[in-house]
Ligand binder design. Structure first.
Ligand SMILES: O=C(O)C1=C[C@@H](OP(=O)(O)O)[C@@H](O)[C@H](O)C1
Ligand SMILES: C=C(OP(=O)(O)O)C(=O)O
Length: 735
């Protein structure tokens, strides 16, 4: 990549980058200059550099890349000393934590910032320093920000980018000003606070005792006060403006919390703490713009499921996802405190929870499925500070569209790569006829969704073209704020959790046949919600037990709302052995324990009326069909193509890879039952695909390897442990 690279400075960052260039053979010759002879000698002794120079001008002679890796305040004097020695085509780059002062220094020295100068900042420091602290993997999966100027040569920027990518970094570009503003908040301010806290404590007379008894909190909060003082001294001056502005914002925050404590305002204190705790967890995901699970786990999460085994015992799968979303939404919009038990602590429902925290609602938990929501009433939501990040969750985005369309403030909703491909015009269109100003700003009516607040909505009469509970619910929710009546007719029955829960919160919703009516202007009153286990999660075990010889399993406390029981109907039509026990009503939703025993399944033509009632269960039903005797035909299910993945194509591909005869059609699939082989399949980040193929191993002749499984955490945290406990030979591998 380069013939001769010269480093000015060989501290942690410089020497780590030199190690990368060596390890990856990206430079024929590496030389360096340092203020310390010892550093140069050490670097030569360990084979890091070919030659060391006391004078920076000597080091840069003949170099095609010069890396400035010394403290930022030395930039101007170093540039002065090398000005005559760098060639006209030499690329210059730096690694400083501030960019404005570096660029200004370059402009002063050269008259204008040279076109081959590419300012850069690897965000990979640590409190360690020195040539021996460097590591070749320091930059792996870290971000490097480049801040090229409008006149910087594109090819030079591209070469510097390639170098950092070779170091394993993710390279971003932004303006110099933006960089300094962002870093002031995320890096410089925390260092400022850590240094000043430790200094303040160290000044106290009993400081020895204080440090002796210092607990983990002190250690964690102040780790970075062990960083290089000279470097941070320079940074504090170099980005003075940015740091002071960040400090002012911080001081206001401290004052707010202080005042709340002084006033014994427990709700305000709890609000600040719960929002902060959640934000700490959430920011990483929002910034990465990917599914939470993926960010936590950038590697491929693979399921390896050995053939055979059976399912036995009692299993309680996590809470219903649809009901969990709605409990947060209605609880937030209600007057009073709503307590939820059995809440699904999966990423999708947590995205909804975070959205309401972003809009100022105080929400305690979740802890062991318990959530306490301090409702703010229908007019109490506040403008969120940023775009609302819905992760992988279509339900969050479509239901929230209805709520946000009626607020006074503007909002934007974004999602992960899967959600960013899903159709949003289906909800935007009816909301527009109600008077909403809503845009789908993606390429094909897809997210981000942008909503202008302050619109007066009016009720509509809407005949839904697709059977979608999300669209129905989004329009119904908007109807809470609309003038007059909103009347919705569905082409086929879809899940009615919104209607039931609205009634549970004391709101009048009328259902007559396929028509639902709601009038705006009422209020929601807080209530308690017991979320049953999710029949869509139980479905994997129903299919698993049906296909596995010897299986006999009881699924506890499963929601059997009549609009969700397609899986029971279809499996029974195929000859499945399912018994409902202890049927009861819990919080307005029917619930039962379901016993499932192995049965000889037969292929069927699936009843189209069952399609919306089993819409999320087809990935697992396709596995049942593959194990059945004869042919199974599904039609009328084109909706499957616009879920987290194209569930028709992705399931067909996987089944074919395992030797099953599967033929995808535009609106369904034809599957010939027969033996299932072992092999490798890809879930395309779709939780339900991953879990369905895991169950297929119960009847396969070889191990099934399933790739890209991190998103199982969106709807079914703990799936692997629960399935293993019941008898599936599943393990997780990261690679
Ligand atoms: O309203 C809901 O909670 C859901 C409705 C269904 O989506 P559609 O409305 O797109 O069919 C379903 O697939 C989704 O998992 C949850
Ligand atoms: C389609 C699903 O969810 P959502 O639309 O909320 O992403 C699902 O869970 O299968």
């Amino acid at each position: 990549m380069f013939a001769r690279v010269a480093f000015i400075g060989l501290g942690l960052i410089g020497s780590s980058l030199a190690r990368v260039l060596r390890a990856e053979k990206l430079a024929d010759t590496i030389v360096a200059s340092s203020r310390s002879d010892r550093t140069l000698k050490t670097a030569q002794d360990i084979g890091l550099i070919d030659a060391g120079y006391a004078d920076a001008a000597d080091a840069v002679q003949g170099a095609d890349l010069v890396v400035l890796a010394m403290p930022v305040c030395a930039t101007e004097s170093v540039l002065h000393s090398i000005r005559e020695a760098v060639g006209p085509d030499t690329i210059l780059t730096d690694v400083g934590s501030t960019k404005g002062n570096v660029v200004e220094a370059a402009a002063r020295v050269f008259g204008e910032v040279p076109i081959h100068f590419v300012p850069g900042h690897p965000i990979a420091g640590s409190e360690q320093s020195g040539v021996l602290a460097g590591k070749a993997d320091l930059f792996q999966r870290h971000k490097v920000i480049l801040t090229p100027l409008p006149h910087t040569a594109a090819e030079s920027t591209a070469r510097v980018r390639r170098m950092w990518e070779a170091a394993g970094a993710e390279v971003l570009e932004m303006t110099v000003e933006r960089h300094d503003e962002v870093l002031a908040k995320t890096s410089h301010l925390p260092h400022f606070l850590a240094f000043s806290l430790v200094d303040a404590l160290a000044r106290e007379s009993q400081n020895l005792d204080i440090f002796r008894y210092a607990a983990g909190g002190f250690r964690d909060f102040t780790r970075i006060a062990g960083s290089d003082p000279l470097m941070w001294h320079d940074i504090f001056f170099a980005n003075e403006r940015g740091i002071l502005a960040a400090l002012d914002g911080f001081t206001q925050g401290v004052e707010r919390l202080r005042a709340a404590v002084v006033a014994h305002d427990s709700e305000a204190v709890l609000g600040i703490l719960t929002r902060a705790q959640a934000a700490r967890h959430h920011f990483t995901h929002m910034l990465a713009g990917t599914a939470y699970a993926k960010t936590m786990n950038p590697k491929n999460l693979q399921f390896l499921v050995e053939a055979g085994g059976s399912l036995k015992g009692q299993v309680r799968v996590p809470g219903d996802k649809s009901i969990s979303h709605r409990s947060i939404m209605l609880g937030s919009l209600a007057e009073g405190v709503t307590e939820v038990t059995g809440f699904l602590e999966g990423e999708d429902a947590l995205a909804t929870l975070q959205a309401f925290r972003d809009m100022g609602v105080v929400i305690e938990g979740p802890k062991n499925g318990e959530v306490r929501i301090h409702g703010v009433g229908l007019h109490g939501l506040k403008c969120p500070p940023n775009a609302i990040y819905c992760g992988n969750s279509g339900t969050s985005m479509r239901l929230l569209s209805g709520i946000l369309a009626a607020q006074k403030f503007d909002t934007v909703m974004t999602g992960d790569p899967s959600l960013s491909k899903r159709p949003m015009e289906r909800i935007a269109k009816p909301l527009r006829t109600m008077g909403a100003v809503i845009q789908t700003t993606g390429e094909k009516g897809t997210p981000p969704v942008s909503i202008k607040g302050g619109q007066a909505l009016k009720g509509i009469v809407y005949d839904m073209p697709v059977a979608s509970a999300q669209v129905k619910s989004g329009v119904l929710l908007a109807g809470l704020w609309a003038e007059g009546e909103t009347v919705i007719t569905e082409p086929a029955p879809t899940r009615d959790h919104s209607e039931r829960m609205l009634r549970g919160f004391g709101y009048d919703v009328k259902t007559e046949g396929s028509t639902i009516r709601i009038r705006g202007g009422g209020k929601l009153t807080a209530t308690n919600i017991d979320v049953p286990a999710d029949i869509s999660s139980a479905a994997f075990f129903m299919v698993g037990a049906s296909i596995a010889p010897g299986a006999d399993i009881v699924l506890e406390h499963v929601g059997i709302n009549p609009t969700r029981v397609g899986i029971l109907n279809i499996l029974r039509d195929m000859g499945g052995d399912l018994t409902l026990m202890n049927e009861r009503i819990v919080g307005g939703e029917p619930v039962a324990d379901i016993r499932v025993r192995h049965a000889k399944l037969k292929g069927i033509k699936i009843n189209e009326a069952d399609v919306p009632l089993a819409i999320d269960e087809f990935p697992s039903l396709f596995i049942a069909a593959a194990c059945a005797e004869g042919t199974t035909v599904l039609t009328g299910a084109e909706e499957l193509r616009v879920k987290e993945s194209d569930r028709i194509q992705v399931m067909a591909d996987g089944l074919i890879a395992l030797g099953v005869k599967a033929t995808p059609t535009p609106d369904g699939m034809i599957i010939e039952g027969g033996p299932i082989g072992g092999g490798s399949v890809v879930s395309h980040g779709d939780h339900r695909i991953a879990m369905s193929f895991a169950m297929a191993a119960l009847r396969a002749t070889g191990t099934i390897e399933i790739n890209d499984c991190a998103n199982v955490a969106t709807s079914f945290p703990g799936f692997v442990e629960l399935a293993r406990g019941a008898g599936l030979n599943i393990r997780v591998v990261e690679n």
